[in-house]
Design a protein around this ligand. Structure first.
Ligand code: GLY
Length: 255
């Protein structure tokens, strides 16, 4: 894996408190979310990334979960088409930003829908989860674009979780953090699986950044397992984003 050098994040808007949530986890505290977001940016910087911080967008409560609106690769960017109705408008704002970094920019079109929280990169292969947000047509369009650049993709049926990366994280060197339904899927049995207990499932959404792993604060067993696999850990408290089903990965685009 080449190192990541950059990240894009979007500051949470005050409308964050109206973000989508699948369960009653409570309403996020906006001031605390802002503080946590600042610490998250510091964590990315500590892993060697130059971070572009986009301004809050009050029109879109979930727009801080910037990962969902684009897939960034080493030679192209693909703007997604979110499956959540309230998130579709987020893509307009990402176009201009990406044109500063990419010459090759593509889009996923209706009836295809896809959110990049459903996409996990493993080298030049991309696993795409079919979820309530990502449909087969969206995944096929994504793979068609990736194949132009010598990359491949395959589909994974999701059963319970919101996004593929809700329960999976690839840490390079064939090491895969996995939880719940992903532990038994045939597609992942050739990886060295770092199993996360259901009680700490939120920590299975962690991110590899240049040989460090950023994990959510408060999951000691998951932390120990990832440390034992040989990684330096950076912990960040993201409790306010968890209330909206948002994981660590959702808060940034890394490239
Ligand atoms: N609240 C994040 C999402 O549902 O997309």
């Amino acid at each position: 894996m080449n190192k990541f050098t950059k990240a894009i994040v979007r500051t949470p808007s005050k409308s964050l408190i109206k973000g989508l949530s699948s369960a009653n986890h409570g309403i996020p505290n906006y001031e605390l979310a802002l503080k946590q977001h600042t610490e998250y940016i510091k964590a990315l910087i500590s892993c060697g990334l130059e971070v572009t911080v986009l301004p809050p967008d009050e029109n879109f409560p979930d727009s801080t979960f910037v990962e969902d609106v684009a897939l960034l690769t080493d030679n192209c960017a693909i703007i997604t088409n979110p499956g959540a109705e309230s998130r579709k408008g987020e893509i307009a704002a990402i176009d201009e930003v990406l044109s500063k970094f990419y010459r090759n920019i593509y889009r996923i079109d209706d009836p295809g829908t896809i959110e990049a929280g459903d996409i996990m990169m493993v080298g030049s292969h991309f696993y795409i989860g079919l979820s309530e947000r990502t449909n087969e047509e969206g995944a096929k369009q994504m793979i068609y674009i990736l194949e132009k650049y010598g990359k491949t993709g395959s589909l994974i049926n999701l059963e319970k979780v919101l996004h593929l990366k809700t329960g999976l994280a690839y840490l390079e060197n064939n090491n895969l953090v996995a939880c719940g339904e992903f532990l038994i899927k045939d597609e992942f049995q050739s990886f060295n699986i770092i199993e996360i207990d259901e009680s700490e499932s939120y920590a299975s959404n962690c991110i590899w950044v240049n040989n460090k792993v950023i994990i959510p604060l408060g999951y000691p067993e998951a932390k120990e397992k990832i440390v034992n696999a040989g990684y330096d850990i950076v912990e960040v408290d993201v409790s306010e984003f968890k209330k909206l089903d948002g994981g660590l990965s959702c808060l940034s685009l890394r490239f």
